[in-house]
Ligand binder design. Structure first.
Ligand code: NAD
Ligand code: UDP
Length: 339
């Protein structure tokens, strides 16, 4: 067996020859993306503290990590301050699906603004690097296509999506002001629609809705005429770029992270029906207010600065996500999706 040589680094011990070990806080760590991120960071040998208030996150997403001695779980709401000694913060706590962020819009705004403020205060105090999960929603219903980072967006400040969009925009402002005023090592990624295992069956996002409906033989609910577009990134590709961004020195962003291949919502529905071999029918429902008509990231900055582009094609990612929901629905023995 190879002899292990330990030496101290900021944040604890690490094995010589291994990457530097960090103490890492992941807020929203029991959620869809957060749980995949915790898993990957543990796999890289780091100490991970997962913080969540379990609004949309679930213990089952991280149950398999609980026996790992380098993993800790804290039930906490990011709108309240907290003190920890950490090297990196991933600021991911915030409901992400329209159904959930509109459930209590004032709380959503508090989570984005007070949550980010508290995490920045923490990062400033312990000189940690902090990465904020922003969103393509900062571009609103974009008039520039595809969207580049220098586009300032077209956002309704008083609509039903504003609690999320404007909250995330204010959080970006805080990230930049703490960076300029307090030299906090801040990083911003703008995540475009991401999907994969551990999405909630009831969270209302299009990929999970269509898959669950197709598997259960229910009608596929197309909002509007289905001609609106989105670009879907598989979660493994996203986690890869999140970690690349965190490791990159002297690059604040914001940087778009997403898959640039664009589909109409009708095309997505057809793909899900084919892959599930489902006889579900398409039904057309009213388009929600302020629903963006098109969305596609320009990822040239991520390619240049981070050497990243997504690898997983829609069909491949959909198959893995369908397998997940198939198993989840059987295990939960329900025709009524729940979280
Ligand atoms: P998610 O709802 O699965 O995860 C959010 C997590 O944050 C949940 O575990 C939830 O319980 C937790 N949370 C919410 N409010 C909290 C609070 N006040 N205190 C502590 N924990 C709280 O959603 P997700 O898709 O995993 O999104 C994670 C992050 O990525 C969010 O910040 C979201 O805005 C951002 N994002 C996601 C997407 C996407 O397509 N999934 C796109 C753009 C941005
Ligand atoms: N959508 C749909 N049927 C559904 C859920 C969503 O047609 O059952 C549409 C929605 O109107 C939007 C797109 O799919 O145009 C993506 O919706 P989602 O909530 O996944 O993400 P976002 O609108 O935040 O991009």
């Amino acid at each position: 067996m190879a002899k292990l040589i330990f030496f101290t680094v900021k944040g604890g011990f690490c094995r010589k020859g291994m990457k530097e070990k960090k103490r890492i806080l992941v807020t929203g760590g029991a959620g869809f993306i957060g749980s995949h991120l915790c898993e990957e960071l543990l796999g890289d040998g780091h100490d991970v503290i997962c913080l969540d208030n379990f609004f949309t996150g679930r213990k089952e997403n991280i149950a398999h990590l609980l026996d790992e001695h380098r993993f800790e779980l804290i039930r906490h709401d990011v709108t309240e301050p907290l003190r920890l000694e950490i090297d990196w913060v991933f600021n991911f706590a915030c409901p992400a699906s329209p159904v959930h962020y509109q459930y209590n819009p004032i709380k959503t705004l508090k989570t984005s603004i007070l949550g980010t403020l508290n995490m920045l205060g923490l990062a400033k105090r312990v000189r940690a690097r902090i990465l904020h999960a922003s969103t393509s929603e900062v571009y609103g219903d974009p008039q520039i296509h595809p969207q580049k980072e220098d586009y300032w967006g077209n956002v309704n400040p008083i609509g039903i999506r504003s609690c999320y969009d404007e909250g995330k925009r204010a959080a970006e402002t805080l990230m930049m002001d703490y960076h300029r005023e307090n030299q906090v090592d801040s990083k911003i990624i703008r995540i475009f629609n991401t999907y994969g295992p551990r999405m909630r069956a009831d969270d209302g996002r299009v990929v999970s809705n269509f898959i669950v409906q197709a598997l259960q033989g229910d009608d596929i609910t197309i909002y509007g005429d289905g001609s609106q577009t989105r670009s879907f990134c598989y979660v493994d590709d996203l986690v890869n770029v999140i970690i690349r961004m965190m490791k990159k020195d002297n690059f604040t962003g914001p940087v778009n992270t997403g898959n640039p291949v664009e589909f109409t919502i009708l095309e997505l529905a057809e793909a899900v029906l084919t892959l599930t071999n489902s006889k579900s029918k398409l039904v057309f429902k009213e388009l929600p207010q302020d629903d963006p008509t098109q969305r596609q990231p320009d990822i040239s900055l991520a390619k240049k600065e981070l050497g990243w582009e997504p690898k997983i094609q829609l069909n491949e990612g959909l198959k893995k996500t369908i397998d997940f929901f198939d198993q989840w629905l059987s295990a939960n023995d329900t025709n009524t999706p729940r979280g």
